[in-house]
Design a binder for this molecule. Structure first.
Ligand code: 6R9
Length: 696
């Protein structure tokens, strides 16, 4: 299996047990607590020292019991939590906590219940408490916003949206930089029952346009510009081009524009105004600071988020109100061991699911102080993250392995300069973390005192599904460890779909699936339930299929190996090969293109593209630059290929299917294990490509 190669690159050199931070036997119940140096130390539950790394037998046992119960009686487990964690306008029916199943794809949680997520995230918390600390591109650009202020502002934005005709159930597309108004616009949609669709502001105008069209979105909210590392990104101009790109010319009724440096209603707009544009700050200032929260059925849509699949256009995954809110809140609290006075920092962008669940909804539903960050880890210098931790006394810090690997390169000094003693939990997400990066994060950033939580999940899952839990379950470098409460994780044999039994060493390898619904799971793809079923539920009937391959060790720890489909993970960004390929063939010179991922030291994976040219075109440095530009224009700069190989033909079967497996092997340098190439229409292409890639 191809996946094995990738697995070795990350964790293959680690003997599983020797690296566990909690020595244990396969019987589980004899797990002993340990301190961070790995020496065994018995503590009682009430006196866990050091709190975030030591485990007690009882805490771990309690997890096992609770996890088993949550699987056995999901309605009991989630029903109780839903009452405790959320405020309901109308209580849900206790006999209908969970309805439907994975076989039919008709899962419903908390039927009969009504609630409003913005109310739960804002109004019910202490108005004097800080809801958000925001730091902009420049370190001295800081805003502190209380729950009271945010509740009023969100109400004003909600009223502004209403004033522009936005109704319950309509999709509002948000294309904004990481400024507080982004989070507040999301919450304003939630307040009136509009469905937000945040599009990452790194996507090109074409990609934005097709998402506006696909969601049938009449209103787009943007800002005049974004800032990243002192670079100005002209978001309003991109939106203008996107609106041009929307096929249905009458679709977009209004573009609402936040101004970065708003100077009052008399000031002139610092961007080009079209007839249907509205200056958001002026409109919002005019609104009443109260907007009644719309009571929403638990299963009504909260938001959609487009994400790449293996084929075709990105899918608009639909998350619903009650289940998502509960899952985001509960995973934030549990995985990050959130306490009331914590300053919780997730530095992901709200254009991705991580920003939805762990910048906005999870922390605010818990009444915590969320930290929002606009810039990059290396601006103005490579100490930026740690400088922020020191200045804002951040307690939880959540980032991606790619950022950790980048910062590791600058050495320890950039970290040592800062006082990081406020930190308790360090999180990672987006791709497998290599044990070297894990150790650096643990030792250099966390001073061997913080828990590292390796959180495995997806846009589709709404929140963490496999992760360790501070003070409760053990950590293990390179492994996301054990399933979260309510997650019945299984390893399936990709060939026949049976549950893989552990081998003689207690290990099981296969594809990762979940056997039972959980509240945070996406319910459907917008307007295409058949696709949802085809991609997630039909491959292994009765299971939710993640698309990842996994190895589970003898202690039950999960090691995610990588995608089994054509999704590439570049710096934690999920990219579909189909999107990049269609951007390449949109160039007149390209007849056909095939895109594969290859391992990259910093980014995890990078994109390699093979292009077959049309007659009359020849390879030239200018053409290669143009092809890269095409990808930037059609999808976004973050999808730009690192390697483009012009190829006389592509390795295809006689029936015309491109064999990406072979291209992957070639770019990974694994040419001695190409496997069977006899089914190729022209096997000699393989040597030609090996030679071409070798020269690059
Ligand atoms: C949250 C998010 C999902 C894909 C997922 C997997 C990879 C995410 C991971 C991880 C190993 C982790 N992934 N977290 N792999 N360890 N802790 O990233 O969502 O953008 O939808 O990507 O990312 O391959 O299937 P999304």
């Amino acid at each position: 299996m191809r996946v094995i190669g990738l697995f070795c690159a990350f964790v293959g050199s680690l003997p599983a047990t020797a690296n566990s931070f909690v020595p244990s036997t396969s019987h589980g119940s004899t797990n002993l607590p340990t301190n961070n140096e790995g020496t065994i130390k018995m503590t009682s539950d009430s006196n866990i020292e050091p709190v975030y790394a030591a485990k007690t037998v009882s805490a771990f046992d309690k997890y096992k019991k609770e996890h088993a119960q949550s699987i056995k009686s999901p309605s009991k487990y989630w029903g109780k939590l839903a009452r405790e964690v959320l405020d309901w306008e109308v209580p849900f029916d206790s006999h209908r906590v969970l309805q439907g199943d994975l076989t039919n794809g008709d899962v419903r949680w908390f039927s009969g219940g009504k609630l409003n997520v913005a109310y739960n995230a804002l109004d019910r918390h202490d108005p004097k408490k800080l809801a958000m600390i925001w730091e902009g591109d420049e370190p001295d650009d800081v805003r502190r916003i209380t729950y009271g202020e945010m509740t009023n502002k969100v109400s004003q934005i909600a009223n502004a949206l209403k004033a522009k005709g936005v109704k319950k159930g309509q999709v509002v597309t948000i294309y904004m930089p990481m400024i507080p108004e982004l989070a507040m616009t999301m919450l304003a949609c939630a307040r009136i029952g509009a469905v937000h669709s945040v599009v990452f502001a790194g996507f090109s105008s074409d990609a934005l346009g097709s998402r506006i069209q696909a969601a049938n979105s009449e209103v787009v909210v943007t800002a005049d510009h974004g800032l990243r590392g002192s670079k100005r990104i002209p978001l309003k101009d991109i939106v203008n081009a996107a609106v041009e790109h929307v096929k249905d010319k009458d679709l977009v009724k209004h573009v609402l524009v936040w101004e970065r440096n708003y100077e009052g209603p008399e000031s002139e707009a610092p961007y080009e105004m079209n007839s249907n544009d509205v200056r958001m700050d002026i409109l919002v200032d005019d609104q009443r600071p109260y907007c009644p929260p719309e009571p929403m059925e638990a299963e009504e849509n909260l938001f959609i988020l487009y994400t790449s699949g293996s084929t075709g256009l990105p899918k608009g995954l639909v998350h619903t109100t009650g289940g998502y809110a509960l899952y985001a809140a509960h995973t934030t609290k549990t995985t990050f061991d959130l306490a009331p006075d914590d300053i919780f920092a997730c530095v992901a962008d709200c254009g991705w699911i991580t920003g939805h669940s762990y910048v906005v909804y999870g922390p605010l539903l818990n009444g915590a102080t969320t930290f929002m960050f606009e810039s990059t880890p290396v601006y103005p210098d490579e100490g930026r993250y740690w400088d922020m931790v020191q200045r804002h006394k951040i307690t939880q810090f959540y980032t991606a392995p790619t950022a950790i690997r980048l910062l590791m390169r600058y050495g320890e000094e950039a970290v040592q300069k800062y006082d990081l003693s406020s930190l308790k939990v360090l999180g990672t997400v987006g791709e497998p973390i290599n044990p070297e990066a894990w150790r650096w994060y643990y030792e250099v950033v966390g001073k061997s005192k913080c828990t590292i939580v390796d959180t495995y999940w997806q846009t589709e899952t709404g929140g963490h599904i496999v992760t360790n839990i501070p003070g409760v379950t053990p950590m293990k470098p390179g492994s996301c460890t054990l399933p979260f409460y309510g997650i019945d994780a299984v390893v399936l044999d990709p060939a026949d779909g049976h549950v893989v039994e552990p081998d003689e060493n207690g290990k099981a390898e296969g594809v990762m699936a979940v056997r039972q619904p959980w509240p945070g799971m996406a319910r459907t793809c917008l307007g295409d339930h058949a696709r949802y079923k085809t991609v997630y539920l039909k491959p292994y009937p009765g299971y939710y299929f993640t698309g990842d391959s996994v190895m589970r060790d003898e202690e039950g720890n999960h090691f995610i190996i990588g995608r089994v489909d054509d999704i590439i993970n570049v710096s934690g960004h999920r990219i579909g090969t189909a999107e990049v390929e269609s951007a390449l063939v949109a160039h007149p010179a390209v007849a056909q293109a095939a895109v594969v991922g290859r391992p990259h030291d910093l980014k995890g994976q990078s994109i390699a593209a093979f292009c077959m040219l049309r007659k009359g075109y020849e390879e030239s440095p200018e053409l290669l630059t143009e092809l890269k530009m095409n990808v930037r224009h059609e999808v976004g700069a973050f999808c730009s290929p690192d390697l483009i190989v012009v190829s006389p033909t592509l390795p295809m079967t006689r029936s015309g299917k491109i064999m990406r497996r072979i291209l992957r092997k070639i770019v990974c340098g694994e040419t001695d294990s190409l496997g069977d190439i006899s089914t190729l229409a022209d096997p000699s292409i393989v040597d030609t490509l090996i030679e071409k890639v070798g020269k690059k």
